[in-house]
Design a protein around this ligand. Structure first.
Ligand SMILES: [Zn+2]
Length: 238
């Protein structure tokens, strides 16, 4: 019975991750107990002007790593990630932020390299963009990951999720902790956005619409803006 429960649990966990396909190991890395308890990076800069904030945008997968596919196998996650990332860049620009990319075209970038790009450029925020798939075609909605015990990242994740849900009316799957490599290796508040299920036909239909993708991007941008504004107010004692 226990064994059956564990197998079911395994299927549930694997079945709702965008990484359940051939790139199963590409998000994950090992972590020590010490890492688990010490890791809560804060925004490194305390600028008075938004313009000084640098947002590092990480479109997941790329090149030889396609990520997952749509239910009809016509659309690849890596392309959807990059399209959303480019929209996010515009939205952040509208809000007065600078941004850089870990990739801006269809190339393979190792996970550690993505984090290194963020760290070496002193990014204020790191946001990785992905889309999901599940074994069940009924699985749908948005979920945001942060590193275990990284409370600043958790608050950032909550802000992004609530904004995406507000603007898109998508199903909220909540914020969740995970030890993804890009979350572990980055030295600033970092989140991984799973913006919807490509394995769900109705949700994929929405994701094919640039207007809807732009709404997802706007939710991410507004979530970042809300988080940084509130963090700044906290520092000011407001
Ligand atoms: Zn992915």
């Amino acid at each position: 019975m226990i064994r059956r429960t564990l197998i079911t649990l395994f299927i549930v966990i694997i079945g709702t991750s965008c990484s359940y396909r051939p790139h199963t190991t590409s998000h994950n890395d090992t972590i020590s107990a010490t890492d688990y308890y010490r890791f809560d990076p804060k925004p490194s800069l305390h600028p008075t002007k938004k313009e000084k904030h640098l947002i590092v945008i990480d479109p997941g997968h790329g090149g030889k790593d396609p990520g997952t596919k749509s239910w009809d196998k016509k659309h690849l996650e890596k392309n959807l990630n990059l399209a959303t990332a480019l929209m996010l860049m515009d939205q952040l620009d509208n809000l007065g932020y600078r941004s850089i990319f870990t990739r801006k075209n269809d190339v393979f970038i190792p996970l550690v390299k993505r984090a290194t790009i963020a760290n070496e450029n002193n990014g204020t925020i790191f946001v990785s963009i992905h889309f999901n798939s599940g074994l069940s075609r009924k699985a749908n909605g948005v979920e945001i990951f942060y590193f275990p015990n990284a409370m600043h990242s958790r608050v950032l994740a909550s802000n992004i999720l609530s904004n995406i849900i507000t603007y898109s009316a998508a199903n909220s799957r909540g914020v969740k902790s995970s030890r993804f490599t890009v979350l572990k290796k980055t030295s600033m508040p970092a989140v991984l956005v799973e913006g919807g299920f490509m394995s769900n036909p109705p949700e994929m239909q929405k994701l094919r619409d640039p207007v809807y993708l732009n709404i997802i991007a706007w939710g991410i941008a507004k979530g970042i803006d809300t988080y940084l504004s509130e963090y700044w107010n906290t520092l000011q004692g407001n």
